[in-house]
Design a protein around this ligand. Structure first.
Ligand code: CUA
Length: 344
């Protein structure tokens, strides 16, 4: 928007925007109604029941069961409406449609790095076509910081408490026009989805204080007509897709020496496991998802798959968050054992 417009609310530009606003209007209306009712009654009662003579005494109040039931039952009904209405919209926002386009997001101090599955990378900008839902897989790459001034020959290794404080930097991906906001945390993946309803350029904010330049961690989401999007795609030099990058890493890090389909493999075959429960060495099980794969790359022996020995070395410090996302994208495409023949 080039000219200044005054708006109490951001534009509604996603499928959930109107629903979120309606709950908000309802909450606002209920709050306003009871605020005015109570404040008004206080004023009326102050005048109507004021003490009229110096020795006036109030009359005892007779309890009324009907009145008690009403002021318990009516608020209960109202909060139940708020709960079920809000919960149904929350549930919708938690469950991306199956055909949503996946996009990887890595937050760092102080920028958003995004990558499309076809390989295009963007910083602080996200271009998407109209008519498709989009699902973001997000994490933060901010790690331990160390204060180092070579000229002073001092290197401040942060104490545990400070380290925790800095390591736990949280960003929050916020697109007001879509009414979506999701925290982005180091060390785990969060997900968010939206389905834009009209073309335009929409603000993207970091909505969680994350350090000095937090206020500059901003950008735009561009929702484009499919034809314009194709033109945009054609004009962007596509780097490798995360899946292809992951395949190369899988080979160059020698993951395939243990994770293969031979009967003597020292590690489990990773194909076809997505979302299923995997039995663990020593009992228990774990859901095979992005968080488990990430943990297994960085701290392999935290949860060893049953039937295997905890032999895998850690790859912490050898792979970036983006490379881990690439490995996950590749592993997600591996076939189940006995499925289509895999090259390795
Ligand atoms: Cu990132 Cu605030």
């Amino acid at each position: 928007m080039s000219r200044f417009t005054f708006a109490l609310f951001p534009e509604q530009a996603s499928t959930v925007a109107a629903g979120v606003d309606h709950v908000f209007y309802f909450l606002l209306g209920i709050s306003a109604f009871f605020t005015l009712l109570i404040a008004g009654l206080i004023a009326v009662f102050m005048v109507r029941f004021r003490r009229r003579s110096a020795d006036g005494v109030g009359i005892p109040v007779r309890p009324s069961l009907a009145l008690e039931a009403a002021w318990t039952g009516i608020p209960l009904g109202i909060v139940m409406i708020i709960f079920f209405w809000g919960a149904s919209i929350f549930a919708t926002m938690q469950h991306p449609p199956a055909d949503a386009v996946p996009i990887n997001v890595v937050g760092k101090q102080w920028m958003w790095k995004l990558q499309h599955m076809e390989g295009q990378r963007e910083i602080n900008e996200l271009h998407i076509p109209l008519g498709r839902a989009v699902r973001l897989k997000m994490t933060s790459e901010d790690v331990i910081h160390s204060f180092y001034v070579p000229a002073f020959r001092v290197k401040h290794v942060l104490l545990h408490a400070e380290r925790r404080h800095i390591k736990d930097v949280i960003h929050s991906f916020y697109v007001p026009a879509f009414r979506v906001k999701q925290d982005v945390l180091p060390g785990r993946y969060t997900q968010m989805w939206f389905h834009p309803t009209k073309p335009g350029k929409y603000h993207l904010f970091c909505a969680e204080y994350c350090g000095t330049k937090h206020s500059q961690m901003i950008g735009h989401v561009f929702v484009m007509e499919p034809l314009d999007y194709q033109k945009w795609l054609a004009g962007v030099s596509a780097s490798e897709s995360p899946r292809d990058a992951g395949e190369k890493l899988f080979a160059s890090l020698r993951c395939d020496t243990c994770h293969n389909t031979t009967s003597t493999a020292r590690g489990p075959w990773l194909g076809g496991l997505g979302g299923s429960d995997v039995p663990l060495l020593g009992g228990g099980k774990v859901k095979f998802d992005a968080d488990y794969v990430r943990e297994s790359i960085l701290a392999p022996n935290a949860k060893t798959v049953a039937g295997f020995q905890p032999l895998m070395p850690t790859y912490a410090g050898q792979v970036s968050e983006e490379q881990i996302l690439a490995l996950i994208a590749y592993i997600e495409t591996l076939p189940a054992p006995g499925g289509p023949k895999e090259a390795k």
